[in-house]
Ligand binder design. Structure first.
Ligand code: HEC
Ligand code: HEC
Length: 236
């Protein structure tokens, strides 16, 4: 099978699962009332609410199932839906800046299309991209230090436990305020910590991450990122 036909196949599959999702929501919303009204609202949903036509755009970088093939791009599978929506809106409103993402969201969907995309990716299964080889690429990694940072043993240096907000297992919360950290490309975790530190990423109102990253040197950052990557390896 060529790449094109795989893409086509995947695309159809995506459309199917999304339309199923939407159909389920619709039938819950409309019940079995007027068939005509139901048809009408179904059409409306197809035209304006369904973000599925964008999945292929996203999959170029993030993978069709939200697991990206290159550490250049974050995994977005299984991230909390509200977190995804907030990030996409932040990119759209210029509160979070990244050339690639900003361009995508500019030509972007209505809020409903956006929510439908967020729902789709939040339901995908995360596949841990990190291996012990990944960790070996970084020269400053000290796993013991990483563990100490993560669990709050470096509080005297002004670094609070990552686990206090992101959860003991780094899985994040259910509301989407604190994102899941495990199962993410280690390179992306490092990049985000450095972006928070330089304040190039500043959508973490009220500066929770910026204040923490400011207290961390490169060794701290690589070490905690490795620990997070290591945690997720152990879980799989
Ligand atoms: C050309 C590549 C590219 C495309 C296409 C793309 N993205 Fe992204 N996306 C990125 C990059 C790069 C980042 C990380 C930005 C950064 O470093 O801050 C990102 C970040 C994100 C994030 C934030 C993840 C997090 O953990 O905070 C979400 C959510 C996201 N993208 C969703 C989407 C969706 C939905 C689409 C399709 C509509 C899409 N992206 C299309 C490259 C892309
Ligand atoms: C006081 C709460 C709090 C603590 C403690 C905390 N974080 Fe965060 N973190 C946040 C919030 C809130 C966000 C999401 C910001 C946003 O909405 O864009 C975040 C986002 C992140 C992100 C970006 C994730 C993504 O998908 O883009 C990384 C990486 C991260 N934190 C790592 C850490 C590490 C490592 C530690 C420990 C050294 C830590 N955090 C401690 C609150 C916290």
């Amino acid at each position: 099978m060529g790449i094109q036909s795989i893409k086509k196949h995947l695309y159809r599959f995506g459309l199917l699962s999304l339309s199923l999702l939407i159909a389920t929501e619709l039938s819950a919303a409309t019940g079995s009332k007027d068939k005509k009204a139901e048809k009408k609202s179904e059409k409306k949903v197809e035209e304006s609410d369904d973000g599925s036509r964008y999945i292929l755009n996203c999959s170029e970088c993030h993978g069709f199932d939200g697991n990206s093939i290159s550490p250049e791009w974050p995994n977005i599978a299984g991230l909390n839906k509200s977190y995804i929506i907030r990030q996409l809106k932040d990119f759209k409103e210029g509160k979070r800046v990244n050339e690639e993402m900003t361009q995508i969201v500019k030509e972007f969907p209505s809020d409903k299309e956006l929510a439908s995309l967020a729902k789709y990716f939040s339901k995908q299964k995360i596949i841990n991209p990190n291996t012990s080889e990944t960790i070996k690429q970084y020269s400053l990694v000290d796993l013991k230090l990483g563990e100490e940072i993560f669990t709050g043993k470096r509080i005297e240096y002004g670094i609070p436990a990552c686990s206090a907000c992101h959860g003991k297992e780094g899985l994040g919360d259910n509301e989407g305020k604190f994102p899941r950290l495990v199962g993410q490309h280690m390179a992306y975790t490092i990049k985000q910590m450095k972006l928070f530190r330089s304040k190039e990423r500043s959508n973490d109102t009220p500066a929770q991450m910026r204040n923490i990253a400011l207290k961390m040197d490169d060794e701290d950052i690589e070490s905690v990122a490795a620990y997070i990557a290591y945690m997720s390896i152990e879980r799989d």
